[in-house]
Design a binder for this molecule. Structure first.
Ligand SMILES: Nc1ncnc2c1ncn2[C@@H]1O[C@H](COP(=O)(O)OP(=O)(O)OP(=O)(O)O)[C@@H](O)[C@H]1O
Ligand SMILES: [Mg+2]
Length: 341
């Protein structure tokens, strides 16, 4: 009897769409690639956008659909940040692969098998500028037999001459409906029970990143079993609970220093990252209707300064206290600058 596939396989891999048409919400690129499947013709491609939106998935799916399992090994070269992609690799491995001539492939296999190879450079924004420059000639010289797929999060880190040789596609963060339907599909397959509140929590903590949502879902299921609540998800994800943010904000509003100090101390004692707290406070403050624009501006300015200080390595508690006291003074219309006589 064939052994059962172990269920420990990460769900992000298990539920990675195998076909381009199953990639959700990225219509433009899907349309172009569907066309490629019909005409067996495609330009160099550049996929960019935030994490977990389907870039790697789309590139792997089109490569598999074009060549099928047999030809895949000889026709596709996949390189990501874990492979060395410095200038030497561009001059040797990539160039050698790009230069190999290709036959027309076996069309009887049922795959289009176009007469070119594909080189997928995932996380291309981590390639050095020299390495990117070295690719320019290679791309042109072998464009008859090779197509490049660049994938990155930050398009500004791809040098312009490379970007301008490619058809560019921006992958958008996934909206709530799309995330929800993928998550519910997985819950269904895995026999999980997720109520509406938990689903909306999962959506908000993963911020359009479906990979993050699926990873939280799997970790929570592993720890809490098949019935998951909003609280379980929050405890796994390490996000600061909304109550904690609201309590700190209320303490600032009360104008009582001791109360605010106590809440700030709690945040530190719970081990929540202060930089995340600053973002969460920002959300609360910006969306509050009962704070004037001037008060908001004062607080936001201080939040930005504290964020910079934290990046520079300042003490978390002191920065949080500084933000708290500024917020309190702004909210209670106390003078912003202390005067010492
Ligand atoms: N548009 C989408 N449609 C369906 N599933 C998706 C989509 N985007 C992401 N996923 C799911 O999320 C997982 C991660 O997606 P993928 O690896 O393609 O992200 P990525 O865009 O390459 O992110 P990164 O920039 O972090 O590399 C996939 O396994 C898949 O299950
Ligand atoms: Mg990726």
């Amino acid at each position: 009897m064939a052994p059962l596939i172990p269920s420990s396989q990460p769900w992000v891999e298990k539920y990675r769409p195998k076909q381009v048409k199953d990639v959700a919400h990225q219509e433009e690129v899907i349309r172009v690639l569907t066309n490629t499947l019909e005409t067996a013709n495609c330009p160099h491609m550049l996929f960019y956008g935030p994490p977990g939106t389907g870039k790697t998935t789309t590139a792997l799916a089109i490569a598999h659909q074009l060549f099928g399992p047999e030809l895949y090994k000889s026709r596709v070269l996949e390189l990501n940040a874990s492979d060395d992609r410095g200038i030497n690799v561009v001059r040797t491995k990539i160039k050698d692969f790009a230069a190999v001539a290709v036959g027309s492939g076996n069309r009887q296999s049922g795959y289009p098998c176009p007469p070119f190879k594909i080189i997928i450079l995932d996380e291309a924004d981590s390639m050095t500028e020299d390495a990117q420059n070295a690719l320019r000639r290679t791309m042109e010289t072998y464009s008859k037999v090779t197509r490049f797929f660049f994938i990155c999060n930050y398009i500004s880190r791809i040098i312009e001459p490379l970007a301008s040789r490619c058809a560019k596609f921006r992958f958008k963060p996934l909206p709530e409906e799309v995330m929800s339907s993928r998550i519910l599909h997985i819950c269904n397959e895995e026999g999980l029970n997720l109520d509406r509140e938990a689903l909306s929590t999962l959506n908000s903590i993963s911020e359009g990143d479906l990979r993050r949502a699926i990873t939280y879902l799997q970790s929570t299921a592993r720890l809490y079993g098949s019935s998951l609540s909003s609280k379980d998800l929050i405890s796994i994800s390490g996000v600061i609970p909304q109550d904690t943010v609201q309590t700190l904000f209320a303490a600032c509003k009360s104008g009582e220093f001791d109360a605010a100090n106590k809440e700030a101390g709690n945040v530190i004692a719970e081990g929540y990252p202060v930089s995340q707290m600053l973002y969460r406070l920002l959300e609360v403050i910006v969306s509050s209707d009962d704070i004037s624009d001037l008060q908001k501006a004062r607080i936001c300015k201080r939040l930005a300064e504290a964020d910079k200080c934290l990046i520079d390595g300042a003490d978390e508690y002191l920065q949080l206290m500084d933000v708290v006291s500024h917020t309190m003074r702004a909210l209670c219309d106390m003078p912003q600058d202390m005067k010492f006589h």
